[in-house]
Write a new protein. Sequence first.
Length: 169
Amino acid sequence: MQCSLFALPPELHLLILTHLPFPSRTHLSLTCTYFHTLIPRMTHTELLAAESTEFAVARDLYACRYCLRLRHSSEFGDRMLHKRRGRRGKAAGRRFCVECGLCPRGGGEARYGPGAMVVRGGVVYVVCRVCGRFGEVGEGDGHGSEVCRACFGGSEMDASRWKVAALRG
Ligand SMILES: [Zn+2]
Ligand SMILES: [Zn+2]
């Protein structure tokens, strides 16, 4: 079966591949360099359609408009996953992951700039106005401080812990 598939010319491979549904296409592109090179990356529209498949729902995957990947829900701010930005939501196409939100875009500012608060998994994070890192907010209620826990008055040990959290982003 596999031998006969490889015997076909690349144009035919491509033709067959474009008809493969998600996630088969993605899985095949990961099997070898040949298919990885041949199979085009999924477009944003395709990713948005893919996130509504049983496969993506079961694994809690959502599309990011910037890195053009399906990522686990834990990689997004909670507000990115509900209502208009939720699965099949009217604004699902505007959803982006935390990692992309922290990256400056096109020479401009990052979507999550200094002082920005992001609730992820029910925990409030902040882009710290003091150290610039992304970490858990310094105040229990998550309002007003706009600094991370380490800068808010934690010990040195705490600071290194938040640094790890920021890197994991
Ligand atoms: Zn992203
Ligand atoms: Zn800080």
